[in-house]
Ligand binder design. Structure first.
Ligand code: HPA
Length: 271
């Protein structure tokens, strides 16, 4: 990544009409539907954006969509990049830097995650309060990082407290169960062993997934306030672990998706 590449990616999108979006939104696995509600959409396929990583994962449609949602200008990532696809930390967080260059002031993130906290149920939403990075690296560990922001980025409060509070209020008003907890990120793509689920519980994770944390680190590095929600797609009980296939994860995420769409749309209205 260079500053020139970031500029070229941004200029391409601006030339297509991506004009000063206020909010960036990352849609996770099985959670692409919010994009259908964008008014006057302009679509840029990842593969057409200069210097964007090339999209690979089958079940992600891989596009950046600009338009209006609840009267606000938004840019939505339908599908994200994962380490398990063979990208590095810089690649997977490149789109966050591009959205920042486009001018977003706030970042919304969603993902599908496994429930480690067994008080939570499959299909519940969980507001991420904090995280544990178990991906073995950092998107800020590169030469020249200080040109882009603070190298030693503070992570005392990586998820914006006031937006979290707002989202909890919205969930209450809408009668949507919104759990709160700690998200642990792993590389994947294999799911965890029983011993790994036990470990995740012991170290204080409430949910586990294969994304989000690198994006959140970069957003903090860029001083972008974040709100992030996990859709809990399976219950990770080490004492009665059922085999799980990825289609079940996708199906459960899709079923819970309308709740997430409602929360995000209300929050957009209120900020
Ligand atoms: N691990 C376990 N279950 C999951 C995950 C994961 O990374 N993502 C979604 N469900």
């Amino acid at each position: 990544m260079t500053q020139k590449q970031l500029k070229d990616s941004t200029a391409y999108l601006q030339s297509k009409g991506f004009d000063k979006p206020e909010i960036g939104i990352v849609l996770g696995t099985g959670l692409g539907k919010l994009a259908d509600q964008i008014e006057n959409p302009i679509i840029a396929h990842y593969n057409h954006i200069p210097f964007f990583p090339l999209a690979t994962v089958e079940f992600h449609s891989g596009k950046l969509i600009y338009g209006t949602l609840e009267g606000k200008k938004v840019v939505v990532m339908q599908g994200r990049f994962h380490l398990y696809e063979g990208y590095d930390f810089i690649d997977i967080t490149y789109p966050i830097r591009v959205m920042h260059q486009l001018g977003i002031k706030t970042l919304f993130i969603s993902n599908a995650a496994g429930a480690i906290n067994l008080d939570f149920n499959k299909g519940d939403l969980m507001l991420i309060e904090d995280h544990i990075n178990l991906q073995g690296g950092s998107p800020l560990a590169f030469k020249g990082v200080s040109k882009y922001g603070e190298r030693f980025t503070d992570m005392a409060e990586p998820y914006d407290p006031s937006m979290r509070k707002k989202l909890l209020e919205i969930a209450k008003n809408e009668n949507i169960v919104l759990r709160q907890g700690v998200y642990a990120s792993v590389v994947g793509p294999q799911l965890e062993t029983k011993a790994e689920y036990r470990m995740l519980k012991i170290i204080g994770a409430d949910a586990v997934g294969m994304s989000t944390v690198p994006e959140v680190i970069v957003a903090n590095h860029l001083n972008l306030p974040i709100v992030a929600v996990s859709v809990l797609t399976d219950e990770c009980d080490p004492d009665s672990l059922e085999p799980l296939d990825v289609q079940e994860i996708i199906d459960t995420a899709a079923k819970a998706e309308p709740k997430m769409v409602k929360l995000f749309k209300e929050l957009i209205k209120q900020i």
